[in-house]
Ligand binder design. Structure first.
Ligand SMILES: *Cc1c(COP(=O)(O)O)cnc(C)c1O
Length: 372
């Protein structure tokens, strides 16, 4: 018997999604965003599927691998290098300590510079080689990045800094690209263009939502994260609408099937009571695995070809579902919490969160298994 719960990761889906993103952004290089353990899919799993561990720039495009990887932490980038990834790596929030800079140089890792403190660290260190820098411009997200007013002076300081490789690359990030009617995205694109026009260096603006919904934002590099995993960034939308395939199936097993009488409650707090006689299934997954405790009654799970609702509270190691009075399900049957049959977007809508959070929050107890 296979261990459960497990997250089955589909190599085919990841590769197909990358190919589909190439069709969607045919003139851009792809920086596959693999932060947070490859959005819970396993950093090296994703790298192996879309990154060609023995990356050679000239053959990469032919094989269809990603052109680079975006990460949030230096440790993640080092794991990729240790795993044999040779391609471009970019720290999307840059480095946090001056002592990280020699590591960036020795491991050939690019960094975002979004704050003057990072510039000071670059100006006051001696390095064997200059670092490749992407300057982050705040065009309207107002989280990190240099304001339009600061940009020119910061850019000049970077140009003058011997520790910074030339050309300097150019980057911004969208606040509302997942809202196809929101005018802020075009405003951000215009502000970016105005700021960088005439400058050397590669340009990148688009996350998944930009890539899918704002094709004029694709520029030299797109930075898809969630779309690579087959999931739509837009509430109410589904990855399949963009010919993307869910790369993760979260599965577990039924460990009990019980006759349940009308009027009987189930679980902690006795929060749900059966209106009629039924059969309840107990699934071996809970918040200790990262399945949210706040999943309300009625959140679907997929068993033997149908949706059945969660009833009662999700506990640490188990949850209970109403299989129905005539259910034929048995102990040992497989249960899909999300995946191809039951979109993680749909589950997220029930729980009142986004698919990003569900896939990244699985705990180490969930076995992550890479399948073809
Ligand atoms: C996480 C991240 C992305 C990817 O976002 P998705 O919505 O998952 O496509 C792109 N760019 C930056 C700077 C990020 O932090």
């Amino acid at each position: 018997m296979k261990p459960f719960p497990r997250a089955e990761i589909s190599r085919y889906a990841l590769q197909s999604n990358l190919a589909q993103l190439r069709l969607i952004a045919p003139n851009s290089k792809i920086m596959a965003v693999v932060k947070a353990n490859g959005y819970g899919h396993g950093l090296l799993n994703v790298a192996e599927c879309v990154g060609l561990l023995n990356y050679v720039e000239s053959v990469c495009k032919y094989h269809g691998g990603a052109d680079g990887f975006g990460l949030a932490r230096l440790e993640e980038a080092l794991q990729l290098r240790e795993g044999g990834v040779k391609g471009k790596l970019l720290l999307l929030e840059g480095f946090f300590r001056q002592s990280d800079l020699p590591t960036l140089v020795s491991h050939n890792i690019d960094t975002v510079v979004h704050h003057e403190s990072q510039l000071q660290m670059l100006e006051t260190i001696a390095l064997d080689k200059p670092v490749t820098v992407w300057i982050k411009i705040d065009t309207g997200m107002h989280r990190i990045g240099f304001s339009l007013e600061q940009f020119d002076s910061i850019y000049q300081r970077l140009l003058a800094c011997p520790q910074v490789a030339k050309p300097i690359h150019l980057m911004t990030h969208f606040a509302c690209a997942d809202e196809p009617d929101n005018p802020l995205t075009q405003t951000q694109m215009n502000a970016f263009e105005q700021q960088v026009s005439g400058l050397e260096g590669d340009r990148t603006l688009a996350n998944s939502a930009g890539t899918l919904f704002w094709p004029t934002s694709q520029a030299d590099w797109v930075r898809p994260g969630i779309a690579l995993y087959g999931v739509s960034p837009v509430v109410g939308d589904r990855g399949v609408n963009h010919r993307l395939i869910p790369a993760m199936e979260l599965v577990s097993n039924l460990i009990a099937v019980r006759e349940h009488k009308a009027g009987d409650s189930v679980g902690y707090g006795a929060s749900w009571t059966a209106k009629k006689d039924t059969r309840l299934g107990v699934v071996a997954i809970g918040y200790g695995d990262g399945y949210p405790r706040n999943a309300p009654e009625g959140t679907p799970v997929w068993i033997n070809g149908r949706r059945v609702p969660i009833v009662g509270r999700v506990s640490m190691d188990m949850l209970t579902v109403d299989l129905g009075a005539d259910a034929q399900d048995n102990v040992g049957d497989s249960v899909q919490l999300w995946g191809k049959a039951l979109a993680v977007e749909e589950v997220a809508e029930h729980i009142g969160t986004i698919a990003y959070e569900l896939v990244t929050k699985l705990t180490p107890r969930v076995v992550v298994e890479l399948l073809d």
